[in-house]
Design a protein around this ligand. Structure first.
Ligand code: DGJ
Length: 736
């Protein structure tokens, strides 16, 4: 959430308009403006977005879809007639950022209350400014100096348009924002649209749902303080006919790690609108005179090559524009994490032993999970006391870290900074630091309470603690965990009218800590974990290298979690571990199957290496070596989802390197029906004229000819010998 305060500049507006008009007919001009008709056209390589000012001064949406090149093709908005005394013209006029006021009845983008109870807000165009790929449009209420600046940014090469808004109280009286959204998006009027969205629960995150959009509203949201396992802030809409590789898909993702909401509505006039931003639930944000509020950023794109095209654009955009370091960031190392092996029973000798074994497998980053601090022997004590447990580590962490570094691995450490156990020195010293309503019970989940990070002193405490750890020890990586939802979100030190700012200030302070830590410790990398995938969104992704997709590491379940994850998020950030069997749901899959599932993201190992046989270690060593050979392709290549775990007895995913030189196909057989061959795999994204050397990591190819042309691989396909339950392979193609 940026804090931009750029006042509209009239001269700039005119100059911008002239320059842009003179080049308006050029394909690829990212922002064109027609002064005569007050219409803007925003264009990326994959999409265009147009808006304009109506005769009544309202800024209206005009187009969202495949790229256009000429602003003058776009009709200026005209004033419509009221449809009836029940349905005014605003029902069909598609305002970009409707205030709640006048005759407006659908989901507003902004709703306010003034001190005297007046709640009417009618926003009209005031001015605008174009600068490079940025467009700011200022709106103002018809009477009061309540300003809304709509920020648009275009990523021409990445196919994405970014939107958010700044609300400013320029009056002399306080007001309260009751609801504020980042953007409203409109689809072309019509019927038969279909919504894709991600739902879940702890240990079953990012499950893909697809359903028709009917009249009425569908709400995706979090009320839990964090992004949440239940819904992820991403949507995709198609015309009911899209597939992985064809069809028109409109999609978007909200960058906010607190309470958020996306409402997908179809109006009685066949208008599909998507409005998203801060959740209105328990929301009230007071603005004193002169104060302003920035809304979270909402990114959106359009694909005319189906869901696969939409995902590939998002993945590239994340890698290049969102993740720290962008294109320059290093490939994700193979990590080891101690959690499933040792849970809270960590100590120096045990961790050294695991580190020795992990290093031999080829692990590059050794992460010690929960249990190293305070009186943390189980989940009932210690959170908040971030000093090294002297019984477990008599010499502090230095001995272990030196040992890990000596083995050629980086060291990572688990922390859960936002939480406190009642049984902790921190809580005994600062019971007021927990969010609470005065004299009311403080609910515990996993025996812990949530610190009120909206408070400046709590923020400084957390920053100071992490800064000290990162300064004192050679820590390359924090796994930042967050293991419960908010409750009793009171801030008793503030006036009742101000307390609900907690929802927003908490997230801002959280982001600030990440940003300050990273600035002060430039080599530090961070993983976002919230009991698995409870905090995955484009806001946190600006600040972390990896996310923990789920506490469910069972490989077959993971295929579905990863399928949903891949709709919105890049493989590079998806931390995926190989763990022991039988896993949490009692299922046992072969080690090779577990490895190949995890190798589709940022590979990690989370097994108890002390229990592994020599054969297990050999399989792991081979798999890790193979992963290193293909990881650039997996982490930064284009993903083609060929067969979904939901609809087939096989799952197939193919990754194609950006330079086209390598491709990897992962194929998994879930459960074979007697004598039934696995379906032919038709590859994608290859050069039909090129020849590829084809090899299977475990000798599962039925067609043994090599090299083979791209044309053959894509049209005649590949056949693999996958049999029985949970058989798997990876096929590596090297362009000759
Ligand atoms: C929840 C995380 O998702 C796990 O990976 C592990 O770090 C535990 N917390 C530790 O308490």
């Amino acid at each position: 959430m940026g804090r931009r305060k750029r006042p509209p500049h009239k001269l700039m507006t005119r100059i911008g308009a002239l320059v842009l008009l003179s080049t308006a007919s050029l394909w690829g001009q990212s922002i064109q403006y027609s002064e005569a008709r007050k219409v803007w056209l925003l264009t990326t390589q994959q999409s265009s977005y147009a808006l304009g000012v109506g005769p009544d001064g309202a800024v209206r949406h005009l187009y969202w879809g495949a790229p256009l090149w000429r602003v003058d093709d776009i009709p200026a908005p005209t004033q419509r007639r009221d449809i009836s005394s029940f349905d005014p013209r605003q029902m069909i006029e598609n305002e970009e950022f409707p205030g709640w006021g006048g005759t407006r009845y659908y989901e507003p983008a902004l709703k306010i209350t003034r001190e005297d109870g007046d709640r009417d807000l009618v926003l009209k165009y005031a001015s605008h400014r174009v600068q490079g790929n940025d467009l700011d449009i200022s709106l103002k209420d018809i009477r009061d100096d309540i300003q809304v600046t709509l920020h648009y940014a275009v990523y021409p090469e990445n196919g994405i348009v970014r939107r958010n808004a700044t609300i400013r109280n320029g009056t002399t009286r306080p007001l309260t924002i009751e609801s504020v959204q980042s953007a409203t998006w409109y689809l072309p009027p019509g019927e038969g649209y279909q919504l894709s969205y991600l739902t879940g629960r702890w240990a079953a995150e990012t499950q893909l749902n697809r359903e028709p959009i009917h009249e009425g509203a569908k709400v995706l949201e979090s009320r839990k303080g964090h992004t949440s396992h239940n819904f992820n802030p991403w949507f995709a809409i198609d015309h009911g006919d899209a597939s992985e590789e064809s069809g028109r898909v409109w999609y978007g993702a909200l960058a906010w790690s607190g309470n958020w909401r996306i409402t997908v509505e179809q109006t009685p006039y066949r208008q599909v609108r998507v409005t998203g931003g801060l959740n209105t639930f328990d929301f009230a944000y007071p603005l004193k005179p002169g104060e302003s509020l920035d809304t979270p950023i909402f990114y959106a794109g359009y694909s005319d090559s189906g869901y696969g095209g939409a995902s590939r654009t998002m993945h590239k955009f994340e890698r290049e524009q969102i993740l720290p370091g962008g294109k320059e960031s290093r490939p994700r190392p193979v990590l080891y994490n101690s959690w499933e092996a040792t849970t809270f029973n960590v100590n120096e000798a045990g961790q050294r032993e695991l580190a020795d074994k992990a290093a031999k497998l080829g692990v590059e980053l050794f992460v010690m999970d929960d249990g190293w601090f305070g009186k943390r022997n189980d989940d009932r004590a210690g959170l908040g006391d971030w000093f090294v447990n002297p019984q477990k580590f008599p010499q502090g962490l230095k001995g272990l870290i030196d040992h890990v570094n000596g083995l050629g691995m980086d060291f990572g450490l688990w922390v859960e900074p936002e939480m406190v156990n009642a049984d902790s020195d921190l809580y005994r010293a600062h019971p007021d630091w927990v969010m609470n309503f005065k004299d009311r019970p403080r609910s515990e989940l996993r025996n812990q309470m949530v610190l009120n990070l909206a408070r400046a002193d709590v923020k400084e405490y957390i920053f100071g603690m992490l800064d000290k750890l990162a300064g004192e020890y050679n820590i390359r990586y924090f796994k930042w965990d967050m293991n419960r939802a908010f409750s009793e979100p009171g801030w008793p030190e503030l006036a009742a009218t101000d307390q609900r700012k907690l929802w927003v200030e908490y997230v801002r302070n959280l982001y600030e800590i990440f940003d300050r830590l990273r600035a002060k410790h430039p080599k530090l990398e961070i993983e976002s974990c919230s009991g698995g995938g409870g905090r995955i969104d484009l806001g946190i992704l600006r600040r972390v290298e990896e996310v923990w997709a789920s506490d469910n590491t069972e490989a077959f379940d993971r295929l579905r979690i990863q399928e949903g994850f891949s709709q919105a998020y890049a493989a590079k950030i998806m931390s995926a571990w190989v763990t022991d069997v039988p896993n949490m749901n009692g299922r046992s899959t072969p080690l090779a199957f577990r490895f190949l599932v995890a190798m589709q993201g940022a590979l990690g190992v989370g097994a108890n290496l002390n229990k592994w046989t020599e054969q297990d270690s050999k399989t792991a060593t081979d798999m890790i070596a193979t992963y290193k050979r293909i990881r650039t392709t997996v982490q930064t290549g284009d993903l083609y989802r060929i067969a979904s775990p939901r609809t087939n007895d096989v799952t197939v995913n193919q990754y194609v390197a950006t330079d086209g030189k390598q491709s990897v196909v992962f194929a998994f057989r879930h459960s074979q029906e007697y004598n039934l061959a696995a379906p032919t795999i038709y590859l994608r994204g290859l050069d039909e004229r090129a020849l590829y050397k084809v090899e299977s990591v475990n000798n599962k190819l039925l067609d043994r000819q090599t090299p083979v042309s791209g044309a053959y691989l894509m049209r005649a396909g590949l056949n693999v010998n996958l049999r029985g339950d949970f058989d798997s392979t990876a096929i590596i193609l090297e362009r000759q």
